[in-house]
Design a protein around this ligand. Structure first.
Ligand SMILES: [Zn+2]
Length: 455
């Protein structure tokens, strides 16, 4: 839980530049721990009779009290790094800021105004002054217009809304008022502080230790925090941040390691909030075959064929359906003949469907030479060309102290010691997947073959 300070002041008047503080009341809330502090303050100026009557704080009462200068350091330390919650926060914050400034302190805090918060959460009510809140929420009054008593009322109001309003809605309102992250109520802020600031993968767990989301970043802490600061209008992010109970992480030597680990874990753990649950068993590619009647397209599955060792594959598709779609679009775009390449069945010598619309150059009816069609097909496919694995055996990529071990474009794991390296090399080879292939294309130049001394 984020540390809060519920604050109320009594003053000699309403103008921060002229008037002075006569009493400070502070409630510090750290999760379940609550600490109250208050002190009368000698304003070093006269309190008017009107204010004496309103607050009950008289000139006589403050005569022996410490001045703000006497308590400034203590109050500053109490409030530092906390969310400053006050009723009409601008007033209290402004007075404190001015008073601190006179003592040479630059006081900065993110404020939550409970007037604004109440207005936002209970828009149907016209009044949001403290007396209205007392009545509406049945707050317990231990005094009025005294600093600590009023701070207690604000704190009570805060507790009431936690009971009455769904956490996501409170968080959204707080976020809108403060413009800063509202740390999920179920997360300890220390967890966030303990996150590393280097590259790696982070895992959000919900109740029952279910993985909710896996992400990667070059700065784990920053990225995790950004989940809680993203736009309030993102209902998805809001729902995710409200479900998080625990955050785990795996540090990596660099970006490629983080990307590969993320892809591996998303597939393995299938977190509910990762948009694409990439299933791998339908992974396929296109194999070109000369049939005697032109180059024909065959679909090959990664589960059947060792793609890394092939030199004539085009594209990686998550399913046959996706492969057919890409091919059909390609044929349309290049006026290729779907009958020749095998996407459409027609009797020999008969025009394909596209030919009838003059969108095939006529290979099917002998109007385009087959060799010309084949060359156009190859050119159209060239951008999809699958890179065969450039080594005879496994390879590694070094990132900081990490050795990323790869074979046939499949990520075997990360080794930090030589023992771990040999263990990985002995492990069963995972099937090629589209993500690691794509990630590794960016890093081809950094790959080094592993020479196995046993061979
Ligand atoms: Zn045709």
């Amino acid at each position: 839980m984020q540390p809060f300070a519920f604050v109320d002041l009594e003053t000699t008047g309403t103008t921060a530049s002229v008037d002075r503080i006569t009493e400070v009341g502070i409630i510090l809330v750290d999760g379940p721990n609550i600490q109250e502090w208050s002190s009368l303050i000698n304003p070093e100026t006269r309190i008017s009779a009107f204010i004496e009557r309103l607050t009950g704080i008289t000139n006589q009462m403050v005569a022996e009290a410490p001045t703000f200068a006497d308590v400034a350091q203590r109050v500053f330390q109490m409030l530092e790094g906390r969310l400053f919650v006050a009723h009409n926060a601008r007033f209290d914050y402004g007075f404190l800021k001015q008073s601190f400034k006179r003592q040479g302190y630059d006081f900065q805090a993110t404020t939550i105004c409970t007037v604004k918060l109440s207005r936002r959460l209970f828009p149907g009510h016209p009044k949001h002054n403290l007396d209205s809140l007392i009545e509406r929420h049945g707050l317990q009054v231990n005094g009025r217009h005294r600093a600590l008593a009023d701070a207690q009322l604000i704190h009570q109001f805060w507790q009431k809304i936690q009971q009455q309003i769904p956490p996501a809605k409170v968080a959204a309102a707080v976020k809108a008022l403060t413009g800063r992250p509202s740390i999920p109520t179920h997360l300890n802020e220390q967890i966030l502080d303990s996150l590393p600031q280097g590259p790696g993968v982070y895992l959000f767990y919900g109740e029952n230790e279910l993985p909710l989301y896996i992400g990667k970043s070059m700065n784990i802490r920053q990225r995790v925090l950004s989940h809680f600061t993203s736009d309030v209008s993102s209902a998805k992010e809001m729902s995710l941040s409200q479900q998080v109970r625990r955050i785990g992480y795996i540090e990596t030597g660099g970006e490629i390691g983080a990307l590969l680990k993320e892809a591996e874990l998303v597939k393995k753990l299938q977190p509910t909030h990762n948009r694409k649950l990439r299933r791998n068993n339908e992974l396929c590619s296109i194999l070109l075959k000369e049939t005697g009647a032109g180059l024909h397209i065959n679909v090959a599955y990664a589960r059947d064929l060792d793609f890394g060792r092939q030199s004539n594959l085009y594209g990686l598709f998550k399913s046959l359906r996706e492969a057919n779609k890409v091919l059909a679009d390609l044929a349309d775009g290049h006026e290729l003949c779907k009958a020749i390449i095998g996407l459409e069945k027609v009797k020999p010598g008969k025009p394909c469907f596209a030919r009838q619309l003059k969108r095939c150059r006529g290979g099917c009816v002998g109007e385009e030479p087959l060799v010309a069609h084949s060359m156009r097909l190859m050119a159209a496919l060239s951008s999809l060309r699958f890179n065969s694995w450039p080594f005879t055996g496994p390879a590694y990529l070094k990132e900081d102290g990490d050795l990323l071990v790869i074979d046939n474009w499949a990520y075997l794991g990360t080794a930090k010691t030589e023992d771990e390296l040999w263990q990985l090399l002995d492990s069963p080879r995972p099937q090629l997947d589209k993500d690691s292939y794509r990630i590794l294309q960016k890093a081809i130049k950094s790959l080094q073959p592993i020479i196995d001394p046993a061979k």
